[in-house]
Design a protein around this ligand. Sequence first.
Ligand code: 5RP
Length: 236
Amino acid sequence: MTGELSPIDKAKFVAAKRSVDYVEDGMRVGLGTGSTAAWMVRCLGEMVRNDGLRIKGVPTSTRTAELAREVGIEVISLDEAKWLDVTIDGADEFDGNLNLIKGGGGALLQEKIVATASDQMIVIADVGKEVESLGSFPLPVEVIPFGWQTTKSLVEELLISMDVLGRDTTLRMNGERPFITDEGNYIIDLHLGRIGNPHQLSMAMNQMPGVVENGLFLDICDVVILGFGDGRVETR
Ligand code: 5RP
């Protein structure tokens, strides 16, 4: 499954491989999105095909749904599952309180809904994702396309009123066109540098009409499994 891996891919793979220890027969499992989560989906698929593991997977994006089916995992919707035993997903950044920035792959909305509906959320990450404080990675904010420029201006005003360091905001593009999420929305990336009070920022942002959700995952993650390029794994 792995062949010759670069150190970063090895770090992602070993974290993903360790995370499937949390999955037991009969569980309903939230399947994250991104390159690290894709390794985890492949590992689970191998356990389904070779060891007879019986799980039901709830994917967090069309990409993950396709991969899960391809590797032999039974895919159901969140409404069919109602509640999940565990969700395993990647992250763009995590801090010492296990708060996260997610959404680099554009799937933050489904990812947050699925993680919140799970008894446990396990994050798998390469060592480069660990930070002192959140904000170096641009914070994704999913917005309704209608009036997105007005919403963007309101977000910028909020950043000024909250004295946030960086205030540059950009519409995420896919070539010449706006990037469109699985829900048909746009993403505005906030280049903040450092987020002093993530709880306050998240709450204020989600109160704005036009904002659907933001990429701060606060008090949701239970464990981070951190992979290193030399194959070591640590748990936070
Ligand atoms: C997608 C995400 C991903 O989990 C995050 O971007 C990490 O991706 P990768 O594992 O490829 O580094 O939040 O919306």
